[in-house]
Design a protein around this ligand. Structure first.
Ligand code: GRF
Length: 207
């Protein structure tokens, strides 16, 4: 096998998507390994999960920096010091500026709990239900400066049931997220997904 890609995961909270990526990376044939988990919040539950899995963790608290750029400079330095190839945002609740996003262009992934480009932003499931959508889902995409936008790597669809509360729908979408994110990272890390004209082209279909 060619060398595994080195992944840095950015979290702010519970880290269930990060956990799914950690699980996937345990498979020897998986083309990526998680080198570092960074949280902007010291109380993020995901930090303990990563530490228990034997992964290096860092807290880089945005509130301690005078500007977004200063915060991102340290984030960037930590990722580069760990020789990270690919960043996976997994519930990381900070918008990143153009400088950071461009520096990691096509090497930075995000997961969002809707079928983008529909329902960007927060309170996704409430808005999906209020709109009377019959289908929702999740998307893994390359990060661009605009929030929840960028070339789509993979999507999974989930039916919206008439009796669904936002919590019910969130739980079913989250299950799909945990399958989709490892598949999407595999595509990128193995080099079988590439960006052409802001669309992602796959050399072969995901497993
Ligand atoms: C997920 O729903 C993800 O799609 C969104 O934030 C949530 C993070 O959950 N970006 P977790 O921290 O991975 O459990």
């Amino acid at each position: 096998m060619t060398e595994r890609k080195r992944v840095g995961v950015l979290i702010s909270g519970r880290g269930s998507n990060m956990s799914a990526l950690i699980e996937a990376c345990k498979k020897p044939s998986y083309p990526a390994e998680i080198i570092l988990v960074i949280s902007n919040r010291s109380e993020a539950a995901g930090l303990d999960i990563a530490a228990v899995a034997g992964i290096a963790t860092r807290v880089i608290d945005h509130r301690k920096y005078p500007s977004r750029e200063a915060f991102e400079a340290d984030l960037d330095a930590a990722l580069r010091a760990a020789k990270v190839d690919i960043i996976c945002m997994a519930g990381f609740m900070r918008l990143l500026t153009k400088g950071f996003v461009e520096a990691w262009r096509d090497r930075q992934l995000n997961i969002h709990p809707s079928l983008l480009p529909a329902f960007k932003g927060l309170d996704t499931h409430e808005r999906v239900i209020a709109a009377g959508m019959k289908i929702s889902g999740c998307t893994v995409h390359f990060v661009r400066t605009e929030m929840d936008a960028g070339p789509i790597i993979a999507q999974a669809k989930i039916p919206v049931l008439p009796e669904d509360s936002p919590g019910d729908l969130a739980a079913r979408v989250l299950e799909a997220e945990h399958k989709l994110y490892p598949q999407a990272l595999k595509l990128v890390a193995s080099g079988s997904a590439r960006v052409e004209g802001e669309r992602v082209i796959h050399d072969r279909s995901p497993d």
